[in-house]
Design a binder for this molecule. Sequence first.
Ligand SMILES: [Zn+2]
Length: 376
Amino acid sequence: MQFSQIVGLEETKTHLRMLADEGRMPHALMLSGSEGVGALGLAVALAQYMACSNRHDGDSCGVCPSCRRMAKLQHPDLNFCMPVVKVTPTKDEDPEAYLRDRWIEALQTNPYLTPSRWYTELGATGKQGLISAEMAEAIIEKLWYKPVELPMKFMVVWQPERMHPVAANRLLKVVEEPPEQTVFLFVSHHPELVLPTILSRVQQVIVPPVLEDDMVKALQHEGADSAKAQEIARVARGNYAQALELLREGDNQEMLALLMDLLRSGYSNNYEGIFTWVSLVLALGREREKELLAYLARMVREIYMLNLNLPELCYLIGPAREFAAKVAPYVNGRNIGWLLDAYQEAYQHVAGNGNENIIFTDLGLRHCQLLGKGVV
Ligand SMILES: [Zn+2]
């Protein structure tokens, strides 16, 4: 990953380059920024920059052997520690290798990986992961080996705020007295939740929201016209991951239509409508069905923000936003938890090769119970 792949944030990049160029890199750095601004991508770009044998123009070269392996996230001196949920690999893979493969795939294709996106990749939409004591132990063990190829090795710790207290205390000892040639790159979305003892031992760099102008340019580069890019940048408020989702959803009328059918049939207790909806969903195929479930979970959360009268936290534009405003009264504090659980459960059953007809019929009918006039 190169700095140029992360949108904007010029001041932050300059600061990080300076630390590296002047040999002032602390042994533990923490990049703190909201989800979607690019803090995780920046940490990886910084590691690649420091490892590059031919940096120029303020970035890693992208072509030297070190850069090529860093770009694939498979450099032997690049280690990751991130929260995970319990997974059940489908093949005979061991869980650790399975997680590593999913992680590399997820981050490589998306430098703006967010926690919810990551848990969705693991088949656990709506769940919260944790860095367990065992994981921290396994990571710490790796650090006692000498770097394989570089003068130093990197440990990128994503979301130290999601660390089990036992894990945090073990890691703390290592951060206090780190093995030689180790650089810790913490990336936090909630530094206020990081253990104060860890916080006091890292040098913190704040990663600000992406500037609207930078975002507009980047969105145009991704193919949006000027008006669309400006509309998205305004709603996304510095969160580029969100902006990309909005851009892609523009091309995704099918998912929006399915959301509308489901919620409308649900709140009007229209069983006929639910059965029609199920037949449309079954035509999608298993992979798209999983995407639909992740989409539904995200959308009802957005709609719920309008129900709470927090429009500034609702990241929707165009027809999706108009629809959300109409159905907001039906998605409320009494049913939001049930709805999210229902999508999560359906996702697991679809991923586990359950009978899709039964899964989606059950899900559809639950919308009648949860949104239907009798309950609301
Ligand atoms: Zn290079």
